[in-house]
Design a protein around this ligand. Structure first.
Ligand SMILES: [Zn+2]
Ligand SMILES: [Zn+2]
Length: 188
């Protein structure tokens, strides 16, 4: 099992033929960047394959819990990010002009190792929700008193009632409120 993703040794396959590979599992708590609030170790299956001029690192079944702040109610919450599969290439030579430094990384030739930190950082951020919300039912904050509408305390402290709350206002529009009654009448 690999705990340190900054220094994964590839020496065992480096002098082997193309297509040679090894497998391992990752369970690591790296420091990725300030905008990724890790709440669990990153776990994944890793396969490293020798290719021309380098290796490809294939990661499968990656899972990690990330802390977010809800865009509606400002509460923090944890969401599990799952990434089925992704890969990044690592070269033994400096990048060619047409090669993208965000997609192709360097092998540390000094000790024949690769560092997955940047690849994981990119891939995890790609899987962040566009707008983080604690739940699809989140009611957000009261526009009047700014108290979290998901919490019951709000009903005691504020006169504003949202339409989805239990104590609904009397004049909200409910086109089907009388439908059931009408149907029952017609059936009699
Ligand atoms: Zn929320
Ligand atoms: Zn309120």
């Amino acid at each position: 099992m690999i705990k340190d993703i900054t220094n994964i040794k590839i020496g065992t396959i480096w002098n082997d033929a193309r297509g040679s590979s090894f497998k391992d599992t990752i369970e690591s708590e790296p420091h990725l960047s300030a905008d990724i609030n890790l709440k669990s170790p990153i776990t994944a299956d890793l396969m490293v394959v020798k290719v021309k001029d380098g290796v490809i690192a294939l990661l499968n079944e990656l899972e990690v819990d990330i802390g977010f702040t809800c865009n509606k109610c400002n509460e923090s919450f944890i969401k599990k990010i799952k990434i089925e599969s992704f890969e990044r290439q690592f070269h033994s030579h400096p990048l060619a002009k047409d090669e993208d430094s965000l997609e192709i990384f360097q092998i540390s030739m000094k000790d024949l190792s690769i560092d997955l930190t940047e690849a994981l950082r990119q891939e995890i951020i790609l899987h962040f929700p566009m707008i983080p919300v604690c739940s699809e039912h989140c009611k957000g904050l009261c526009f009047k008193c700014k108290v979290n509408l998901n919490k019951k305390e709000h009903l005691k402290t504020c006169t504003y009632q949202d339409d989805s709350g239990k104590n609904t206002s009397t004049n909200s529009y409910k086109p089907f409120a009388n439908l059931k009654e009408l149907i029952n009448k017609n059936n009699k």
